[in-house]
Design a protein around this ligand. Structure first.
Ligand code: NAD
Length: 332
C-alpha cells in the first residue's frame, strides 16, 4: 500500500513507519516537527515538513490510506490551553478527513487513547465501557472517534481507532524524546543515567497492592504491529475501535524495580501526593483486538525498560528470573 503517516517524525510514528517500510509499503510522512525530530524520519520514507491543516496539498488518489498519529498530547497543557487541542487535534483532523474525501482515500488508522475513558468503573477496560474523559486531550480524541464513526457511515470511510494505553520501549535507536517528558519510564531512566537526582512517585495511598498507581504498559513494537493488522482489517463504511494494552497492570513501584534491575542503578524515588485526575488503575481488556485483529502483545515491562535503556547507549544487565517484577491486574 501507499500510505501517508501523519506524525511520522514522532516517537510512535517513527516506529510505525519503520515497520511499514519493512513490510514493503510505500510511506510518506507529514510532520511539522512541533514535537518530532527530523532524524527520526527514516530514509526510505518521503518527508513533507508541513502542518496537518495543509494535508490537502499532499494527499492525492495515489494513496491507499492514512495512519494518523499527529496530535498534541500533553494532558496538563490541554487543561491550561484547551483551544490548542480543539485546533490541533479536532480541527486539523477535520482537514484530514476533508482531504481524504476529496482525494478518494478511503482507509484510516487513528491514534486514540485510554484517556477517553476517564475514571474507569472497573479494573479492566473494554471498548464498550463508558467514555468520560477528564481533560481536553481525552475529549479531543473522543470527538475525533465520533467524527470517524459518522464519516464511515455517511461516506464509506474504512476507519479504525486504536486506543493506546501507556506506550514505552524503543526500536533500535528510535525512542521517546519528548520535551517536557511526562512519561514514567524515560524519566526513571534519566535518574538511572544520573541526569536527574530522583524520581517522583505521585501517590502512595491508592487502593492497589503497593499503594502506587497501576498502569498497562505496551511496547512500541507490539503497538506498531497492531497498526499493520488494523490497516489490513479496516472495512469500508465501518469504524472499529480497539484498546491496545497488555491486559496486565504494573504499579509505579514495580516499574522502578524493573529499572533498577535493568540498569543496576539505585534510582532514588521521592514519595509525593497524588496528582489530580490520576485514576488508581488503568488496564486494558485486550479481548477484542485478539479476537478480531488476531493481535496480542509479546513483550513485557522489563523488555520495554531494557530496549529504552539500550537505545540510550547503555548496557542492559542480564535478567535474574527470581527478581523479575510480579505483575498484577487482569490478564487479557
Ligand atoms: N505515547 C503514548 O503513551 C500515547 C498514548 C496514547 C495515545 N498516544 C497518541 O499517539 C500519537 C503519537 O504519540 P507520540 O508519543 O509518538 O507523540 P510525539 O509527540 O512524539 O509525536 C507526534 C508527532 O506529530 C507531529 N505533529 C503534532 N501536531 C502536528 C500538526 N498539527 N501537523 C503536523 N504534525 C504534527 C509532531 O511533530 C510529532 O512528530 C498521538 O496522537 C498521541 O496522542 C500516545
Amino acid at each position: 500500500m501507499k500510505l501517508l503517516v501523519t506524525g511520522g517524525a514522532g516517537y510512535i510514528g517513527s516506529v510505525v513507519v519503520q515497520r511499514l517500510l519493512a513490510e514493503g509499503h510505500t510511506v510518506e510522512v507529514l510532520d511539522n516537527l512541533s514535537t518530532g525530530h527530523a532524524d527520526s524520519v527514516l530514509d526510505g520514507a518521503r518527508w513533507h515538513q508541513a502542518e496537518l491543516l495543509e494535508v490537502g496539498q499532499i494527499l492525492d488518489a495515489s494513496f491507499d490510506g492514512v495512519v494518523h498519529l499527529a496530535a498534541r498530547s500533553l494532558v496538563g497543557e490541554s487543561v491550561s490551553h484547551p483551544e490548542r487541542y480543539w485546533h490541533g487535534n479536532i480541527v486539523a483532523t477535520l482537514a484530514l478527513l476533508d482531504a481524504m474525501r476529496s482525494a478518494g482515500v478511503r482507509r484510516l488508522v487513528f491514534s486514540s487513547t485510554a484517556a477517553v475513558y476517564g475514571e474507569p468503573a472497573g479494573a479492566s477496560i473494554a471498548e464498550s465501557d463508558p467514555t468520560m474523559p477528564t481533560n481536553p486531550y481525552g475529549a479531543s480524541k473522543l470527538a475525533i472517534d465520533h467524527m470517524l464513526t459518522a464519516e464511515a457511515r455517511a461516506h464509506g470511510l474504512a476507519a479504525i481507532s486504536l486506543r493506546y494505553f501507556n506506550v514505552a520501549g524503543a526500536s533500535g535507536d528510535l525512542r521517546e524524546r519528548h520535551d517536557p517528558e511526562t512519561h514514567l519510564i524515560p524519566n526513571l531512566l534519566k535518574v538511572a543515567a544520573g541526569e536527574k537526582e530522583s524520581a517522583s512517585i505521585f501517590g502512595t495511598d491508592y487502593p492497589t497492592e503497593d499503594g502506587t498507581a497501576v498502569r498497562d504498559y505496551i511496547h512500541v513494537l507490539d503497538l506498531a504491529e497492531a497498526h499493520l493488522r488494523a490497516l489490513a482489517a479496516a472495512e469500508p463504511g465501518a469504524h472499529e475501535i480497539y484498546n491496545l494494552g497488555t491486559g496486565t497492570g504494573t504499579s509505579v513501584r514495580q516499574v522502578i524495580d524493573a529499572v533498577r534491575e535493568v540498569t543496576g542503578a539505585e534510582v532514588p524515588a521521592v514519595e509525593e501526593p497524588r496528582r489530580a485526575g490520576d485514576p488508581a488503575v488503568l488496564v486494558a481488556s485486550g479481548a477484542r483486538a485478539l479476537k478480531r485483529l488476531g493481535w496480542s502483545p509479546t513483550r513485557d515491562v522489563r523488555d520495554m525498560v531494557a530496549d529504552a535503556w539500550a537505545a540510550l547507549g547503555h548496557e542492559v544487565r542480564t535478567p535474574n528470573p527470581s527478581t523479575r517484577p510480579q505483575a498484577s491486574g487482569d490478564p487479557a
